[in-house]
Ligand binder design. Structure first.
Ligand SMILES: [Zn+2]
Length: 453
C-alpha cells in the first residue's frame, strides 16, 4: 500500500497555521495574561476540526500543552512529533513586527518562525492531511505542542513525562534541532541532532568568619570565593573524546571534501582540535565547536554579603555547567575540584544528563533518506548541540530523539544567527519543501497499513 503524495492544499494549510501561530505572542517568560495556552488551543482546534482527538494539559494557568494522537493499526510503538510553542523575547531592532507574521521577499517574519512554530505548523498540517486522506498509519503518530522549553521544560515536556507518560511515550521523537540547510564549502548539509550536552548547575560555597567591615576577620569568605571565580573563569576543562561529536565532525569534513576531508580524524583528538580553534578568530562557530570538545563551567551567579559593612559567614558562586555525552555528575565535580582545590564546598543544584541517540540507528538513516529523496544534493549529517531541548525529557521515557524540523534555507541565510535573533524569518518555499521532507519521512516511518482510497 502506498502512502499518498502530499496534497498541495496541505502545504497551504501549513503556511496558514504558521501565520496564525506567529500572531500569538507566546514569549517565555510570559507577561501578564500571556502564555502558550492560545497557541496550544489553536493547534487543538485545527486537529479536532478533522476529527483528531486533542487534549490540553496544563501545569500552570495559561501555560497549555497540546497532545494529540492519530491512532495507528500496527504493533510498532508510537512516533512522537514535538514542537515547543513558547518563544524567547523578541528583543529590539526588528524591521517587522515580531508577532505580525508579515510576509516580505518570500519570507514569513516572526519570533518562532524557525524556533519552532514552523514545526508545530508542519506537524499539525501533516496529521490533518493524513486524517483527511483517511490514512491509517502503521503506528500511532503523536503530536505534542509543549510549553516552557525556553525556560527549562518544567511546565512542558518535563511535566508531560512526569504526569502523563502514557500519552507521550514513544519509540522515537522528532523535534529540535535539525533539518535545516547548512551551507558550507559549496555544499548543502542538513544536520540532524542525535545528541545534546547535559546540564550540571553547581554552587561553590566558601565559609569564613562573619565580622564587621571596619575590622575584617582574616578569613573572609568573599575573598575566598573570589579566588574560585578567577580560577574557574580562567581554566579550560580537559578535552574529552565523545563518539557523537566525532561522528558529526567526520561526516562534516567528509561531506566538505577537498583538504577538509583529510581533517576528519581531528574529531578523535579533541585536544589538537582545540589548539587549532584557539588560533581562529572568535565567533559563534568557534565557540560552539569549543563547547563540543569538553565540559564547560561558566561562572554566572555571585553571592556575598547583602550589606556593605558586613563580612558574611558565607559567599557562593553559581556555575552553569554543561556535560559532554559520556560525562557524569561525578566526573564533572571532580574536574571542578581539581581547579578550586580543597576548602570550597561543591553542591550540585540541578542535573540533567546528556542525551544521546547512538549511531548507527535505522531512524537516522530513514530521516537522511527522506531528506535526500526531496533534495538529492543535500548531505544529511549527525549533529550535536551544546545546549538542550525537549529531547532530554522524551528520552527519559526511552525515545530515540532526532533533531528534524525540516526547512530548506537559501544560501546566505544563517540559521544560527536568526535563531533567537532579530528579524527571525522563514522562506515560505523552503518551509513547503521542509513539509515535503517531513511527509516523506512520515511515509517511511509510519507508512500506512491501509488508506481509505
Ligand atoms: Zn527552540
Amino acid at each position: 500500500m502506498i502512502f499518498p503524495p502530499l496534497p498541495p492544499a496541505a502545504a497551504d494549510d501549513a503556511v496558514a497555521l504558521l501565520r496564525a501561530l506567529l500572531r500569538i505572542d507566546t514569549t517565555n517568560p510570559p507577561g501578564p495574561g500571556g502564555g502558550e495556552g492560545p497557541a496550544a488551543e489553536l493547534c487543538a482546534a485545527a486537529l479536532r476540526e478533522v476529527g483528531i482527538e486533542a487534549e490540553i494539559l496544563e501545569a500552570a494557568e495559561g501555560r497549555g500543552n497540546v497532545v494529540a494522537r492519530l491512532p495507528g493499526a500496527g504493533a510498532e510503538p508510537p512516533l512522537l512529533l514535538c514542537a515547543h510553542l513558547d518563544v524567547v523575547p523578541a528583543g529590539e531592532g526588528w524591521t517587522r513586527g515580531p508577532f505580525a507574521a508579515e510576509e516580505a521577499g518570500g519570507f514569513l517574519y516572526g519570533r518562532g518562525a524557525l524556533d519552532m512554530k514552523n514545526f508545530a505548523a508542519q506537524a499539525v498540517a501533516s496529521l490533518r492531511a493524513m486524517k483527511k486522506l483517511e490514512v491509517t498509519p502503521r503506528r500511532d503518530v503523536v503530536f505534542a505542542g509543549v510549553a516552557d522549553e525556553e525556560e527549562g521544560c518544567g511546565l512542558g515536556s518535563e511535566f508531560l513525562v512526569d504526569r502523563y507518560p502514557e500519552k507521550v511515550r514513544a519509540a522515537a521523537a522528532w523535534g529540535e534541532i535539525g533539518g535545516f540547510t547548512l551551507h558550507l564549502a559549496g555544499r548543502r548539509f542538513v544536520p540532524i541532532q542525535v545528541a545534546e550536552k547535559g546540564l550540571c548547575w553547581v554552587r561553590l560555597r566558601a565559609r569564613g568568619e562573619m565580622g564587621h567591615g571596619s575590622i575584617a576577620p582574616p578569613d573572609n569568605a568573599v575573598v575566598r570565593i573570589g579566588r574560585a571565580v578567577a580560577a574557574v573563569g580562567s581554566a579550560q576543562l580537559p578535552p574529552h573524546r565523545s563518539p557523537p561529536v566525532e561522528q558529526f565532525l567526520r561526516a562534516l569534513t567528509r561531506g566538505a571534501g577537498g583538504p577538509a576531508r583529510a581533517a576528519g580524524w581531528i574529531g578523535a583528538t579533541p585536544g589538537l582540535l582545540r589548539l587549532l580553534l584557539s588560533l581562529a578568530p572568535d565567533g559563534g562557530v568557534r565557540r560552539t565547536m569549543l563547547a563540543l570538545l569538553s565540559n564547560t563551567a561558566t561562572p554566572t551567579e555571585l553571592r556575598g554579603s547583602g550589606k556593605r559593612n558586613v563580612v558574611p559567614a558565607e559567599a557562593s558562586l553559581g556555575i552553569d555547567g554543561r556535560l559532554l555525552p559520556g560525562q557524569t555528575r561525578e566526573s564533572f565535580v571532580a574536574e571542578l575540584r581539581e581547579i578550586v582545590g580543597e576548602g570550597i564546598e561543591i553542591e550540585v543544584e540541578r542535573f540533567r544528563p546528556p542525551t544521546v541517540t547512538p549511531l548507527p540507528h535505522p531512524m537516522f538513516d530513514l530521516l537522511a533518506g527522506a531528506v535526500r529523496a526531496v533534495d538529492p544534493e543535500a548531505i544529511p549529517i549527525p549533529y550535536v548541540i551544546p545546549g538542550f531541548t525537549d529531547a532530554g525529557s522524551w528520552s527519559r521515557l526511552g525515545a530515540a530523539c532526532f533533531g528534524f524540523t525540516p526547512v530548506v534555507l537559501p544560501k546566505g541565510l544563517d540559521f544560527a544567527r536568526l535563531y533567537h535573533g532579530v528579524d527571525e524569518r522563514i522562506p515560505i518555499a523552503g518551509f513547503r519543501q521542509g513539509l515535503a521532507m517531513l511527509w516523506e519521512a512520515l511515509a517511511r516511518a509510519a507508512g500506512p497499513l491501509r488508506t481509505g482510497h
